[in-house]
Ligand binder design. Structure first.
Ligand code: PRX
Length: 650
């Protein structure tokens, strides 16, 4: 068992939520309706009858036509709320505008420069309708994909909701990726329409997004139109016949737009994520089940109430933002904060000042951000009144007990339970998570959400307790991804074949004697750098695409703040000499191929990589070296001298 898991095992502190939190929680009130007395009883009752649980929650949303069946499970394919007619935008906007929340604030947006914009549900609906009409006029129809490459500005959720409204499928690409990633994803999705902005600022530095997109659109034959949001105001060249300004095409559009009546199982979005091979996977989610899953988890895990101010400080370009900035809070009719910029800009007090200014009550972020603020010190949060906070959340990577305690003490004032939520792009919603009624152990994601059958398997597929193993999910959940876009076989092979018809998460962890889950991280070749998912294969393929590079191996090196940093080992082709200049150019190449987040922090030139006799790179050996651990059995190595080479490089 690895050292990290060992250290987590030593954590024995238990934190109980206050009776005020428990008694006022949504889950407790919901349990009372069904005469359920305890957390244990809830898990048991829901576990025995998942269809009852999900049916009750689905009934809280609006259906154009009731579903006839709750679940059809034909492993590994699930359908939920069969024959139901539904649209997520109808539930996120129209329902509220027609009801009591018409003038409630949906989003408070703050720009990195301090500019503030607010949109009520009605105003948001009007913007969505205008843009949906503009899309329709460009010929976008139900089932078409629309590729979106926008930073954290209000037009991003508006564009997503507009696509959903007319039944188009959005494919959002994180604006921190380089445009090359956008190109690949446009070509995979064959979108006719793409959306971007002139530019945006990060740490006060301008990033000319449109200019970068112009370059890649030379290689995207499906694109007919590029819609450009005027945001930074920089000069951009607009290509006649192809490029259109957002503000111009929406200006005279009607503020009314009919919401498309869709089937529960109609696709809502594709979100590309890294797998173990170089090609990103197009994770596909649908309208009905996804909506019910994210709605239920935000309601019960983060306990949102009418007057809450919710801040999920993630980027909408990742699944956390899709589920818990865009869809779930709107489904609940909540007020959310969207922040455009970097958390420590212009100083490390930025987030805490915003919590104070807006009276944020529930705050959700990633361990990497917490560790970064730990480093800056508690003097920054101390300067602000954070007493509005009631609950905190963590997501994206394991949270170490030290960071958990710091967050609890210095942000939560020792009164806010921390919801450490485990989930993935594929799961759509939290699957292993505390509820506000659970006792907490720092570093543990606690128990599966009601109905979810999570387990730890050994290599043979046997369930193990108090021992490390593979995290698996043994039954379907409403917001599970339905397939991988254009690659249904990979859906089966990557997730459902190692253990037949059991969902393999790719993570390793352990269940303790109280049934608590301790999730350690990935077991496959996927890295988590500052909570961002990057595959070693993607970085390796970027490295070897550079002139003069023969071979490359990439592994994660543990990092105090980011969790992991990328360490690359590169073999050059004959006639090339390692140098600082070569190293910098190579790093820059990866940066422009994928994005700044994928740039190797450590890049080492070696003469050879450790390989098996069949020529497979033994990443295990490289990993051990990078971590300073024992390399273990290397008798199967064809070139043991390569291990000495690693030593010299490190
Ligand atoms: O390794 C797990 C880690 O993040 C992976 C999923 O990454 P992604 O699809 O990008 O989604 C991130 C946001 C949901 C998982 O396989 N992970 C996520 N949450 C946790 C976590 N690891 C430990 N604890 C968590 N709470």
């Amino acid at each position: 068992m690895s050292k990290e898991l060992d250290s987590l095992l030593k954590e024995e502190r238990i934190f109980k939520p206050s009776s005020e939190i428990v008694e006022n929680s949504n889950i407790k009130k919901w349990m009372a309706k069904y005469g359920i007395q305890s957390y244990e009883e809830l898990l048991e009752k829901a576990g025995k009858n998942p269809e009852w649980f999900w049916d009750e929650l689905a009934q809280e949303l609006g259906w154009f036509k009731e579903y006839t069946d709750i679940l059809k499970w034909d492993p590994p394919h699930a359908e939920w709320f069969l024959n139901g007619k539904f649209n997520i935008t109808h539930n996120a906007l129209d329902r509220h505008v027609n009801g009591s929340k018409k003038d409630k604030i949906a989003y408070i947006w703050e720009g990195e420069d301090g500019e503030i914009k607010k949109l009520t549900y009605h105003e948001l609906q009007k913007e969505v309708n205008k843009f949906a009409n503009a899309l329709k006029e460009l010929g976008v129809k139900k089932g078409d994909t629309v590729s979106i490459y926008l930073p954290m500005i209000l037009e991003l959720p508006i564009a997503m909701l507009a696509c959903a409204k007319i039944g188009a499928v959005h494919s959002v690409v994180f604006s921190g990726f380089w445009a090359k990633a956008f190109q690949e994803r446009i070509n995979d999705a064959k979108s006719k329409v793409a959306i971007t902005t002139d530019g945006f600022t990060r740490r006060g530095k301008l990033l000319p997004l449109k200019e970068n997109v112009d370059e890649i659109l030379k290689n995207t034959p499906s694109i007919k139109n590029l819609i450009v949001v005027k945001h930074s105001g920089i000069d951009v060249e607009m290509q006649e016949g192809r490029d259109l300004w957002w503000h111009k095409i929406t200006k005279n559009m009607s503020e009314e737009c009919k919401t498309e009546v869709l089937d529960s199982e109609d696709p809502l979005f594709i979100l590309y994520t890294s797998g173990t091979t170089g090609k990103p996977k197009g994770v596909m989610h649908v309208h009905g089940g996804y909506a019910v899953g994210v709605y239920a988890t935000l309601k019960f895990v983060f306990d949102l109430k009418e007057d809450d101010i919710w801040w999920c400080a993630a980027d909408i370009g990742w699944v956390t933002g899709h589920s818990y900035i865009v869809y779930a809070p709107l489904l609940l009719g909540a007020t959310s904060i969207i922040y455009e910029g970097t958390p420590d800009y212009p100083d490390p007090g930025r987030l805490w000042r915003m919590v104070e200014n807006y009276g944020v009550t529930v705050f959700y972020t990633a361990p990497t951000t917490i560790r970064m603020f730990m480093k800056f010190g508690e003097k920054w949060p101390k300067q602000h009144d954070l007493s509005s906070l009631r609950l905190l959340g963590s997501v994206g990577e394991p949270i170490n007990p030290e960071a958990w305690i710091w967050y609890y003490k210095h942000i939560g004032g020792e009164k806010c339970p921390i919801m450490d939520t485990w989930w993935q792009t594929e799961t759509g919603m939290h699957l292993i998570t505390p509820l506000p009624i659970s006792d907490l152990k720092p570093g543990s994601a606690v128990r599966p959400f009601p109905t979810v059958k999570a387990d730890i398997f050994d290599d043979e597929g046997k369930s193990v307790k108090e021992k490390g193993g593979h995290l698996v999910i043994k039954s379907p959940w409403p917001s599970m991804f339905r397939t991988l876009y254009r690659d249904p076989q990979r859906y089966i092979d990557a997730y459902w074949s190692t253990f037949e018809n059991i969902y393999l998460s790719g993570d390793v962890g352990r269940i303790d004697e109280d049934g608590y889950f301790w999730i350690q991280g990935r077991s496959d070749d996927v890295l988590k750098v500052a909570g961002h998912r990057i595959s070693t294969a993607e970085v390796e393929s970027a490295l070897v695409s550079y002139k003069g590079v023969a071979e490359a191996a990439v592994v994660g090196k543990p990092d105090e703040i980011k969790g992991e940093e990328i360490a690359a080992f590169v073999v050059l082709k004959e006639g090339n000499t390692p140098s600082e200049d070569f190293k910098n150019k190579l790093k820059y190449h990866v940066r422009t191929e994928i994005g700044p987040i994928a740039t190797p922090k450590y890049l080492n030139f070696v003469e050879d990589l450790p390989k098996t006799r069949s020529g497979k790179i033994m990443r295990r050996v490289i990993k051990a070296k990078v971590k300073g651990e024992d390399v273990g059995d290397i008798t199967t190595l064809a070139n043991p001298e390569a291990v000495d080479g690693l030593d010299r490089a490190l």
